[in-house]
Design a protein. Structure first.
Length: 367
């Protein structure tokens, strides 16, 4: 009996320290990271300045909604039952986002200063907010996009993580969460419509408070998943639902440019199609779920955080070198090359920096 009790404690410790992932959703992270990659390739060639690629910013909305779902999936019940403390939760999230964020920020700051020198004051007034992930709260592009452009979204995630233990208690009854989201569904588009075009990015795209409803959508989605996952679905029915979810998402994606102002597309416009994709694929019962459960696609999802933080700097480094040496390389060569370098760096980062740093930070902060 004692041995069994000891084993349970060990298993529990492993479970709370390592988020339990749903393979299909992990793989989807790779595809939406690729959309963000495509959206940033416009700096290489105007071919990527079209709606097909530029709309890739929807990948960020996907990650915010997925975050709400996965955090609730892993921690809501444990926090409610006090199997995990607030401190343990926060330590796990700090260990997840900060090591790679700090490493990339320092790298960009040092290399960027060597290529384009800036004064100490000019550098520090942007570096300090970026270091503590406060820069997206400042609605000025020279702040939220100054150091490590993708890192602004980590500032949003940091706010979500800070509040989640309290949200888990507040929204234990799903009716409250539904009520808050219904208010958001009315209030957010109304306020968006009143925002000047010049300010929509600072107020609605990068602002953590404005992106908070995305996270709440993910939390509600977890409740829907809890109800749906025990429903009996045949393989063919589940496969049709997966095809339908993807088609609905693509329909929203392709028609949005001419029909929907960008301010809405930054967030609330994609709540429904992204939620459908996440919910249907979280059930893991159809043909495409089997494909997404492939171990190589899952690894691609595992490295998506590194890929997300690194990819823009590989793109910008290529542009800098190409301009310096007057390179004129075909997109059919340059884009696959940039992608391959980014994937290679992401693999190295994930296995030799992210995971060891994650364990080290947890060990230090949990003492």
């Amino acid at each position: 009996m004692r041995m069994n009790s000891w084993k349970k404690k060990v298993i529990f410790a492993l479970n709370w320290e390592n988020d339990i992932m749903i393979h299909t959703l992990t793989s989807l992270r790779l595809f939406f990271a690729l959309m963000v990659f495509g959206a940033h390739c416009y700096v290489i060639d105007s071919t990527f300045a079209t709606h097909l690629y530029k709309e890739g910013f929807v990948g960020v909305s996907f990650f915010f909604i997925l975050s709400g779902f996965i955090i609730a999936y892993n921690y809501q019940q444990k926090l409610m039952e006090r199997k995990v403390s607030k401190r343990q939760f926060w330590v796990a999230r700090i260990a997840r986002i900060y090591p790679l964020h700090i490493a990339t920020l320092l790298g960009v700051a040092v290399i960027g200063n060597l290529l384009h020198p800036m004064g100490w004051w000019e550098g520090l007034k942007h570096f300090i907010p970026a270091l503590f992930l406060l820069h997206p709260f400042v609605p000025r592009m020279d702040y939220f996009f100054y150091f490590g452009s993708p890192s602004w979204s980590l500032g949003c995630e940091q706010l979500f993580y800070l509040l989640f233990p309290f949200l888990a208690l507040l929204f234990y009854k799903k009716q409250r969460l539904v009520g808050v989201l219904l208010v958001c569904a009315v209030l957010v588009p109304t306020l968006m419509s009143l925002t000047d075009e010049a300010n929509i990015r600072g107020y609605w795209y990068v602002n953590p408070l404005a992106r908070f409803p995305d996270f709440l959508v993910g939390m509600l989605l977890y409740r829907a998943y809890g109800w749906c996952r025990f429903k009996q679905l045949s393989f063919s029915t589940a496969s049709l639902l997966e095809v339908g979810a993807v088609c609905i998402f693509l329909l929203f994606y392709m028609v949005s440019e001419d029909l929907v102002p960008k301010v809405y597309r930054y967030s609330c416009y994609y709540w429904i199609p992204i939620s459908l994709v996440l919910l249907i694929f979280s059930l893991q019962k159809g043909f495409f779920s089997r494909i997404l459960s492939n171990k190589y696609l899952v690894i691609g999802g595992d490295i998506s955080y590194s890929f997300y933080l690194i990819h823009l700097w590989v793109i910008l480094a290529y542009v800098e070198v190409a301009q310096t040496y007057d390179w004129h390389i075909s997109l059919y060569i340059s884009i696959p090359l940039i992608f391959a370098v980014t994937v290679a760096l992401s693999l190295l980062s994930y296995y030799y920096f992210e995971k060891p740093a994650n364990r080290l930070v947890k060990r230090i902060l949990n003492k």
